[in-house]
Design a protein around this ligand. Structure first.
Ligand code: 5GP
Ligand code: MN
Length: 369
């Protein structure tokens, strides 16, 4: 990776460097990047598997903006996403990388002149699509806020100090001096990413910059109440009943380790007719127990066991996920997977806890880092 950091980015990102010394931004030559956008291009935007509001919101926000700059843009997701995100402008045009669609999408990736990779730091996160992206001759741009970005892109617009990829997209638009193109739809897509990745402005990643950007987005037309209702108040009765069941029957507290976890079987998901996104946010209930430092949601998804990990303070679930569950993410929110059974995965998780006991029991409960 190059080391030339364009001064505009030093200015734009000074706050991230202050907020998080591990944060970094590399944009080898911003003018060259800007130049690429001067003439209409065939652009593909890809985001991670199981897209959340930040993945989809940053992708559709950027897509809306690039279309206004006269580019031809296709947004591709490796898998489908929750119904409560379908309100976003551009949702109908999103291409989901499913079997029947694969040949056509592979062509799009192959023929793209520019590929933006949003909200993931490793091509492994986008499954088979990663190979296609790697192979494509397109200029690649990574916009992301996860730890340890992989070395595959031509331009990096990354900062672990950013709360959301949508925040970085907004800052990129500022750097491009194109905020005038942000309309209500774009503002709301970006707002959705920031709102959810900050846990509605409750997580420790909620910086001054986040609030300032949100103020800008409101000025640009975002209806924050509408977005909040669309995302959080769209439960089905079954989803709420599943939540009740999970809380009463599947939540385990291991007081000795300040740890709580849910283990959800395939049968549990079938019983409550669980849909994509229905388990989102569940892990936070485990983390909300007083004294809990580490929370996990362990779900049997059939083809594999998926783990969602959360922590408070300086206990790093990113490290835990990387080391033991082939995953990663952020310090306080990460994910991983396992290919053994649900019970064996739960046993492995519990067996790991003694290794981390001193950290789990000494971690400060309230962190402003
Ligand atoms: P969630 O638990 O909400 O699915 O994900 C929490 C964070 O961890 C997100 O930033 C997500 O991108 C990341 N993450 C989730 N699963 C994986 C995984 O399997 N591998 C990696 N590297 N990151 C993951
Ligand atoms: Mn994100």
């Amino acid at each position: 990776m190059g080391t030339f950091v364009f001064t505009l980015f030093i200015n734009t990102f000074a706050k991230h460097y202050q907020a998080d010394c591990r944060a970094w931004v590399l944009m080898q030559d911003f003018q060259a990047f800007k130049q690429l956008l001067h003439t209409p291009k065939k652009i593909v935007i890809v985001t991670h598997h199981n897209p959340d509001a930040d993945a989809l919101g940053s992708s559709l926000g950027l897509s809306g903006l690039l279309q206004k700059m006269n580019h031809q843009v296709d947004v591709i997701t490796p898998s489908d996403y929750p119904v409560f995100l379908h309100w976003m402008k551009g949702h109908e045009q999103v291409r989901v990388y499913e079997n029947a669609e694969k040949p056509a999408i592979n062509k799009l990736v192959e023929n793209a002149q520019l590929i933006f990779c949003l909200d993931f730091s490793s091509l492994k996160r986008i499954n088979d699509l990663g190979e296609q992206v790697n192979r494509s001759q397109a200029v690649k741009v990574l916009i992301d806020h996860h730890l340890d970005p992989e070395d595959f892109a031509d331009f990096y617009f990354c900062s672990t100090g950013a709360a959301a990829t949508a925040e970085l997209v907004y800052e990129l638009v500022v750097a491009l001096e194109r905020t005038g193109l942000i309309d209500q739809d774009i503002a709301e897509a970006l707002y959705a990413g920031i709102m959810t990745d900050t846990g509605s402005f409750q997580h420790s990643n909620t910086t001054q910059s986040v609030h300032r950007i949100v103020a800008d987005l409101i000025e640009l037309g975002a209806d924050t109440h509408k977005v909040s209702r669309l995302i959080y108040d769209s439960n089905t009765l079954e989803r709420l009943q599943f939540l009740g069941f999970a809380l009463s029957k599947r939540l385990v507290l291991l007081q000795e380790y300040n740890t709580a976890f849910f283990a959800i079987s395939k049968e549990d998901l079938v019983r409550f007719n669980s849909k994509t996104g229905d388990t989102e946010g569940l892990v936070n209930y485990a983390l909300s127990i007083k004294g809990v430092v580490l929370a996990a949601l362990i779900i049997d998804r059939g083809e594999l066991i998926k783990l969602s990990l959360r922590s408070v303070g300086d206990f790093s679930v990113n490290q835990l996920a990387r080391k033991h569950f082939e995953g990663g993410g952020h310090r306080n929110a990460a994910g991983g997977k396992s290919t053994v059974s649900l019970q064996e995965t739960v046993d492995k998780f519990i067996d790991l806890l003694p290794l981390y006991k001193s950290k789990l029991t000494s971690t400060k409960q309230i962190s402003n880092v």
